[in-house]
Design a protein around this ligand. Structure first.
Ligand code: NAP
Length: 271
């Protein structure tokens, strides 16, 4: 099964942003390799991809991104089947809501396994392929709170800051080989993320439910539209851009805003 079209691998493709990125990429004529742990959900996403783009090459590879060898098999399998990898979207991830002093070290290490090491393994698996091709585009999905820490998200923010740093370094290293690397920083997005996240205080879920969330399709379409462009970073929504800019210019003002957010969460937890 050699793809005549360009080939994209998407991790965390069984729901949310990854799923919508897959839909956006098949619409643009890509062959897609869908990776996550839930096979049944991946098959449903694959069927929908085939409806969107009849005749599209769609492959499902059950993968736990915290397993380096599984991620290497994912990338190697794509080359075997399709001959190349043009786009890698390192998107799989989950959240953790707890104050830093209440975190369990084991939970934090588990979160890093997926949110950071999963991205590292994805980058390292496709880099030699893209270097040999002298082309390719890697998207690492961080978060706007990978640019500014927020209360109750310390561990999650740490994983996403790590992704931002890795991505910035790699962008410059890969430039001589014609490979682009983009950091993706969504703000609150309507996905299953909040159901999957660990240690979520009751108050927090209420808070998320009341927030105006961005549709996951906005993020997916933007990623697909950015392929081949030299964009260091995609920061979503006016609120997201405001947060990133204000954090750089006036971090103490953001501390003040975050204090209001923190106190509101604490109040809701008690109510
Ligand atoms: N939603 C938001 O507000 C938001 C904001 C900023 C950034 N993000 C980031 O966006 C990315 C996608 O999240 P989402 O919002 O689309 O949430 P989601 O709907 O829960 O999707 C998360 C995806 O990651 C996969 N995944 C989780 N652990 C995995 C593992 N060990 N191996 C392979 N796949 C794994 C899940 O699939 P399986 O369970 O089938 O493995 C699922 O497909 C995450 O990195 C998240 O941190 C989300």
């Amino acid at each position: 099964m050699k793809a005549e079209s360009k080939v994209a691998i998407i991790t965390g493709a069984s729901s949310g942003i990854g799923m919508e990125t897959a839909f956006a990429l098949v619409r643009r004529g890509y062959a897609v390799v869908l990776a996550a742990r839930r096979e049944e959900r991946l098959e449903q996403v694959a069927d929908r991809c085939r409806e969107i783009a009849p005749g599209a090459a769609v492959d499902v590879v059950v993968t736990d991104v915290s397993d380096r060898s599984a991620v290497e098999r994912l990338a190697g399998g794509a080359v075997e089947k399709f001959g190349r990898v043009d786009v890698m979207v390192n998107n799989a991830g989950s959240g953790m809501f707890a104050r830093v002093h209440e975190l369990s070290e084991a939970d934090v290490r588990d979160l890093f396994e997926v949110n950071f090491y999963g991205v590292l393994y994805g980058c390292q698996a496709v880099a030699p392929i893209m270097i040999a091709q002298r082309s390719g585009h890697i998207f690492n999905v961080s978060s706007v709170i990978g640019k500014r820490g927020t209360p109750f998200h310390g561990a999650y923010c740490a994983t996403k800051f790590a992704v931002c740093g890795l991505t910035d370094s790699m962008r410059v290293e890969m430039k001589p080989y014609g490979v682009k690397v983009t950091n993706v920083c969504p703000t609150l997005t309507a996905t299953e993320f909040f159901d999957h996240s660990r240690m979520e205080p009751r108050a927090h879920s209420k808070y998320e439910a009341e927030s105006k969330m961005m549709p996951a399709s906005t993020v997916g379409r933007k990623i697909a539209a950015t392929v081949g462009k030299s964009r260091p970073e995609l920061v979503f929504s006016i609120g997201g851009k405001f947060l990133v800019t204000l954090s750089a210019l006036w971090p103490r003002a953001v501390d003040w805003i975050m204090r209001i957010y923190h106190d509101d969460l604490v109040k809701r937890q008690k109510s």
